[in-house]
Design a protein around this ligand. Structure first.
Ligand code: FAD
Ligand code: EPU
Length: 279
């Protein structure tokens, strides 16, 4: 296990945020030790706005056995493929590509989401083509000092949300995929990729706000004229209104001011999670 003081700006895709004590756990014993004081779990840091002052809690990252994940080869002729247990610290983009290579369908809707498996479960990551809850067979949690396996139906998945018990850490999952012709998988991936073409490549934490029922936050922000609005080095993307980008050295307080301006005018619900104190 590694314990080090890190700036969370280095561990988040928005590249914003102050220091924390980061515990990278590699074994079940590490996890028991790491959870002996107040903690937060960090996945790939792609849905977080972390305060400039950092966080006082331990920040747990899943490495070692918790970051390993392979999908396994489908049996010839089988209609369904249940994967082996996959570590929650494994990254989704690698699994999406591996599935395509193996001729396994089900992960195509998640193409382009820079999540860890655990973060994707927590947020029920998805696109309009589907979400991770659609392909979960079983979820292992570490909660209140012990490991337990849950049926995904017990996790209360909704649009970008789950009802994981407070403090629960997703440690492993099994996925239910379906063998399919490579051409069909590639065609679905191309469709998802095309739907993401308008999203910026710059540093961000994905969409800042949830879409309100029947509308799109990006459209509303665009129509209200926010594109290109800046506070310091934080800017509402010119490409897609629901992305706030870090143009270089942005501070959490700058990002937060932009978020508040948009919320005051449009009343949108934040999709990001906030860590630490913002003003
Ligand atoms: P983090 O940001 O590290 O954490 C998010 C939350 O999950 C925190 O509460 C954290 O404590 C919790 N968490 C993390 N790991 C675990 C674990 N093992 N056990 C329990 N809790 C855990 N999202 C979409 O849904 N669809 C998209 O199309 C999409 N596109 C994106 C594009 C870009 C360029 C970026 C930067 C982000 C995008 N996102 C998208 C947002 C983000 O990728 C998702 O919300 C993702 O699920 C976050 O996963 P993470 O591992 O990065 O979690
Ligand atoms: N639009 C505008 N102006 C903009 C942006 C969008 O008018 O600046 C319009 C588009 O023309 C379209 C509508 O708004 O008519 C929706 O836009 P888009 O197709 O880009 O999809 P979205 O609803 O903004 C959602 C998810 C994304 C996901 C894509 C692809 C949310 C909040 N966002 O975006 O998820 O990648 O669909 O399916 O649900 C995320 O959650 O972080 C995320 C990036």
């Amino acid at each position: 296990m590694k314990v080090e003081r890190r700036n969370l700006a280095e561990l988040t895709t928005l590249a914003v945020g102050g220091p924390a004590e980061v515990w990278t756990v590699e074994t079940p014993e590490d996890l028991v030790r790491a959870t002996s004081a107040p903690y937060r779990v960090l996945g790939n840091g792609s849905n977080l706005l972390v305060a400039d002052g950092g966080v006082p809690e331990r920040v747990i990252r899943l490495g070692g056995v918790f970051a390993r994940g392979v999908l396994g080869r489908p049996r010839p002729g089988a209609a369904v493929h249940l994967t082996p247990w996959i570590g929650a610290g494994a990254l989704l983009p690698g699994l999406v590509q591996e599935a395509a290579r193996l001729g396994l369908s089900g992960l195509e809707p998640l193409l382009g989401i820079p999540a860890s498996v655990g973060g994707a479960v927590r947020m029920n990551a998805g696109t309009r083509f589907g979400e991770i809850a659609d392909v979960l067979e079983a979820v292992e949690l570490f909660h209140a000092g012990r490991f337990q396996v849950l049926d995904p139906g017990e996790l209360g998945f909704g649009y970008r949300t789950s009802r994981l018990p407070a403090g629960a850490i997703v440690t492993r999952v099994r996925l239910r995929l379906a063998p399919a012709p490579a051409a069909a998988i590639e065609a679905r991936m191309a469709e998802v990729d095309a739907a993401r073409k308008g999203q910026p490549k710059r540093k961000s934490a994905g969409c800042a706000f949830k879409n309100p029922p029947g509308d799109a936050a990006g459209r509303l922000i665009d129509a209200a004229g926010f594109k290109g609005s800046r506070v310091g080095a934080a800017m509402v993307s010119q490409e897609h209104g629901n992305f706030i980008v870090n143009t270089g050295g942005a501070r959490a307080e700058d990002v937060w001011k932009l978020v508040k301006r948009i919320q005051e005018e449009l009343g949108l619900e934040l999709e990001w999670e906030i860590w630490g104190e913002l003003h």
